[in-house]
Structures are given as structure tokens and as C-alpha cells.
Design a binder for this molecule. Structure first.
Ligand code: SF4
Length: 408
């Protein structure tokens, strides 16, 4: 297990997050031919008539580039971005401005080896694919079509072979969690650059799916910390992964086993056992167990270094909030990001309500604002998917001596 100093377990943003975001996700369309069970966008077969036009989209990219260096990363998502005939033009325009452009396509007949190459040439440095299960029946049931699992592996292979940086996004639910160790093997085979585990927010079509308990999520986060020296991992809507990493680094610095922290349960034991089984098979098949330096996650959160623009130009703190903070056609993205009251409040974790506001980790975590809002109705409320009890809320004899200082 790699040793990492507690103050290096999480990367801190170097620029002023009140001034500029690090990542902007732009939902270029809601049109999509798939009907995924967890779809945030509740995607439709046809594009909305008020979707941003090519010129409005280019103006948005110009505005994002006006933040200056370091320029934000812009991820084009959908729906399916390939439903836009001007996708190549938008990617080229963003790349010509110096923006780091990324693409998140759906796996449909429009995604071919040829279109992957075209978009890579246009400026999509990285692409992401969704893979929610290690078995065809699990993934295809999630996506609403049979054959999508095989098509996704094929598309991932094209990206790997063409040296496109590949991110794979996997939704963790009660139905997919058991397949994580076998999904890890697929990540090795596809040589993915980054594996993102998405902890489902009960919104959009995802309301019908089975989310994990806070205890189970804690177990998955500890398991992710274990595999981080084999593959680069990140979470979506579980920023307390960063708290787990700092706690483990502190335990390690004090000579304790980082896996012996409180709040670990049967899910962790299952995932650990199954991962060992998978790795043994991987080695028996003639492969070497991967090894890499862990890639510390960065401390951004909804509205705090991160923003989402929907297909009509409305700006949100993330893609899982129903309330927008302004429209790029009326105000411009830079003004909305800097001046929206809602976004500004999300950049002040010490003013959050309940335990997230009192938590000594809130500057590096802050909790999933989307989970807090979806479950409690309070955008600044506590994240119900985190088991941690902040030191300030514990009885004095319960307080861990190592957990009272926020990381530098
Ligand atoms: S209590 Fe809130 S801020 Fe603290 S670790 Fe949990 S989610 Fe993060």
C-alpha cells in the first residue's frame, strides 16, 4: 500500500474558486436514442426547440475561455452529443480557444471508430463511456437496450487503441455494486485513464433505482482507496471520498492500519475478497498486477469550481439540481458563475447546515449538495449519504484525537 502524506491526500485548487471554475459540463442536447434507467436528463428522442444554437454555443465557449489561464475543462455531454450535427464544429472551436475539450457520447450506432477519430482530431482530448455492470445483462438492463455492453467494450477498445484518454463512469446501486471487482478487471483491459464511480442521486429516472445506504457507501469508498494504487479513481456525488483518504493517510502517518478505521462493514469485506479473487485470476491469465502512484482527487464540488450548463443555457451547480441560477443567453456564463447567490453560498461550506457545516473536513469535502437537496430539500443541508460524525458533535471521550484538525 502506497504511503501518502495527509496534506497530499487531496489536491487543493490553486486558483480562486470564486473567480473561475475548473470544470464546466455543457449538456449540448437532450436528444438521445437510449433510455437509461438512471438518466438525469430524462433524455428524449428529439432535441428541444430552445436548445442552444451553434452560434450561442460558440459564444458560451468564448465566454468560458475569457476566464483566462488556467482555462477550465469543458465536457460536452447530453443526451447524446452525437445528436448535434455541429458537434465537430463546437469541439474545434473550443480547442482553438485553448480549452481542454472532453466528450461524453452515448453508445449508439452514431459512435463508430471513424467518429471517435473525427472527434479526437477536432480536439476531444478525452472521452468518457458509461459501464455500470460487468455482465451484459446488468449493463443492458440499465441502458434499456440489449447489445450496449458489447458495443461499449468495442468503443472503449477503439479509444484505447487511438490513445484517447478514456474515462469510464459506473453508476453504483444495490444492483451493480457486487460487480465492482469484475468491472475493475474490465478497467484494466481497457487501460482506462480514470474510473469514476457515481453514487446515484435519486432524481430524474434514477428515482426508481436502489441506492446504497450511507454505511455501504463508506465501504465502497474504503475499497476505492485500496485500489487507488492500481487505477486512478474518482467519485461523482460522494465528495466524502476525500475525507476517507485524509483519515486513512493520517492513520498511516501514525503507524496504524488505514483500513482499521471505524464504520467499515460487510460490503468492504465482500469487495476486498472478490477483488483478491479477480486479481488472482488476472495473474493466472499471465497479466501483472497493475501498480501506480495514487492520483489524489481535487477539492471541487457543486458550484465550487464546478458548474453545469443545460441544453437551453441554464446554469446549475451540478446536473442533479432542479433550480438554475441564471441563463447564459441573458447574463453570460462568467457573470452567473461569479455572481449567483446560490453558487456563492455553495462556495462557503462553513455556512452549511447541520453536520456538514460543523465538520472539520468541510473545506475539502462539503458533502454532496445534490444528495442533500434531493433527500432533505435543503441545498445547504447535511449530506445524508455520509456516516461521519464531526468531532465537534461527538462527546469529548468519543473524539478521535487525530480528527480535529482540518487538513492544510
Ligand atoms: S459530514 Fe459532510 S462535510 Fe463532513 S465528511 Fe461527511 S459529507 Fe463531508
Amino acid at each position: 500500500m502506497t504511503t501518502i502524506a495527509p496534506d497530499k491526500a487531496v489536491r487543493r485548487l490553486k486558483h480562486d474558486i470564486d473567480d473561475r471554475p475548473m470544470i464546466v459540463i455543457w449538456e449540448v442536447t437532450r436528444a438521445c436514442q437510449l433510455a437509461c434507467k438512471h438518466c438525469r436528463a430524462e433524455a428524449q428522442p428529439q432535441a428541444h426547440p430552445e436548445q442552444l444554437t451553434t452560434e450561442q454555443g460558440k459564444a458560451l465557449l468564448d465566454d468560458i475561455a475569457s476566464f483566462g489561464k488556467p482555462l477550465p475543462i469543458v465536457i460536452l455531454t447530453g443526451g447524446d452529443p452525437f445528436e448535434r450535427p455541429d458537434l465537430y464544429e463546437l469541439l474545434s472551436h473550443g480547442a482553438s480557444l485553448g480549452l481542454h475539450m472532453a466528450l461524453s457520447p452515448s453508445v449508439t450506432p452514431k459512435l463508430t471508430q471513424e467518429t471517435v477519430r473525427q472527434m479526437h482530431t477536432a480536439g476531444a482530448n478525452s472521452m468518457s463511456l458509461s459501464l455500470d455492470g460487468a455482465r451484459p445483462e446488468t449493463h443492458d438492463a440499465f441502458r434499456g437496450f440489449s447489445g450496449v455492453f458489447d458495443d461499449t467494450l468495442r468503443a472503449g477498445g477503439w479509444m484505447r487503441d487511438d490513445k484517447v484518454r478514456l474515462q469510464v463512469n459506473s453508476t453504483v446501486t444495490r444492483d451493480t455494486m457486487a460487480e465492482l471487482p469484475d468491472l475493475l478487471r474490465i478497467m484494466f483491459e481497457l487501460d482506462v485513464h480514470l474510473w469514476s464511480l457515481f453514487f446515484l442521486v435519486p432524481t430524474g429516472r434514477g428515482q426508481q433505482l436502489k441506492t446504497l445506504t450511507a454505511g455501504e457507501i463508506e465501504d465502497v469508498l474504503h475499497w476505492m482507496a485500496d485500489i487507488a494504487d492500481m487505477i486512478a479513481v474518482k467519485t461523482t456525488e460522494a465528495p466524502h471520498f476525500r475525507r476517507v483518504l485524509v483519515q486513512r493517510a493520517r492513520a498511516q502517518a501514525e503507524g496504524r492500519d488505514p483500513r482499521d478505521l471505524e464504520n467499515r462493514g460487510e460490503t468492504y469485506d465482500y469487495l476486498t475478497r472478490e477483488t483478491e479473487r479477480m486479481l488472482t485470476e488476472w495473474e493466472a491469465d499471465g497479466h501483472t498486477r497493475p501498480q501506480r502512484k495514487p492520483r489524489p482527487p481535487i477539492d471541487i464540488n457543486s458550484g465550487r469550481g464546478f458548474a453545469f450548463v443545460d441544453h437551453r443555457g441554464n446554469v446549475y451547480p451540478s446536473g442533479f439540481f432542479p433550480q438554475h441560477c441564471g441563463n447564459v443567453k441573458e447574463l453570460g456564463f462568467t457573470a452567473v458563475y461569479r455572481d449567483s447567490e446560490l453558487l456563492r453560498s455553495l462556495r462557503r461550506p462553513d455556512t452549511f447546515h447541520g453536520k456538514c457545516g460543523m465538520c472539520e473536513f468541510n473545506q475539502i469535502c462539503g458533502g454532496s449538495r445534490s444528495h442533500a437537496y434531493a433527500v432533505t430539500g435543503d441545498i445547504l443541508g447535511s449530506d445524508p449519504t455520509c456516516v461521519y460524525i464531526p468531532a465537534a458533535m461527538r462527546e469529548p471521550h468519543d473524539r478521535p484525537g487525530h480528527a480535529v484538525q482540518a487538513p492544510a
